[in-house]
Structure formats: structure tokens, C-alpha cells
Design a protein around this ligand. Structure first.
Ligand code: FES
Length: 100
């Protein structure tokens, strides 16, 4: 299986998994709406490698961009994508605890 490299990690897709699903599984911050190549919401920049499409997507894709919801990854690729930052949960901290 090809390796997917992002700014934060390297992973492989599972059998039958789309690139969008792989990015979500590994905690990446990727937007989506249609998940089928119509809206372009999932667009990400590809830094190296290339992908293919079974059917050319209807959404606009600029040179250097791909649609991870509907592309086929056949070789190692590097994407301009980061994992989602987790905001600290303010309720985990006891705001009323006495300081020593
Ligand atoms: S989610 Fe709509 S084109 Fe990818």
C-alpha cells in the first residue's frame, strides 16, 4: 500500500478506504460535504506524487490540488495537511481548586 505523508504523520490506507477516510482516521483536519467529487470542500494540496480518478470529478481542482474523497492513491504521496489541534478542555481543570 502507498504511504501517505502529511506534515504530522505517515500512514497507509486500509483496504477499501478513501484518502479522505484515511485522513479522518488519522486525526487530520479535512473538510468535506458531498464525499463524491461534486463540491470541492475536501480539496488539499499535493506536495509530491500523483493520484488518479476513476471518473473525473465535477468540482474545480486547481493544479497541485486533489480531492481526497474520490481520488485513487496508487503511489506514495505527500500532502499539505495537518492533524487537528485539540483544544484544551477547560472543564478538565478544577477552576476552583485552592492553590498551594
Ligand atoms: S467532499 Fe465534496 S468534493 Fe470531496
Amino acid at each position: 500500500m502507498p504511504h501517505i505523508t502529511t506534515h504530522d504523520t505517515i500512514f497507509e490506507l486500509k483496504a477499501g478506504e478513501t484518502l479522505l477516510e484515511g485522513l479522518e482516521r488519522t486525526g487530520h483536519d479535512v473538510e468535506y460535504q458531498c464525499r463524491s467529487g461534486y463540491c470541492g470542500s475536501c480539496r488539499v494540496k499535493i506536495l509530491s506524487g500523483r493520484v488518479d480518478y476513476d471518473d473525473f470529478p465535477l468540482a474545480f481542482v486547481a493544479p497541485g490540488e486533489i480531492l481526497p474523497c474520490c481520488c485513487k492513491v496508487t503511489e506514495d504521496v505527500k500532502l499539505d495537511c495537518r492533524t487537528a489541534k485539540r483544544e484544551p478542555d477547560l472543564f478538565e481543570t478544577d477552576l476552583f481548586a485552592a492553590e498551594d
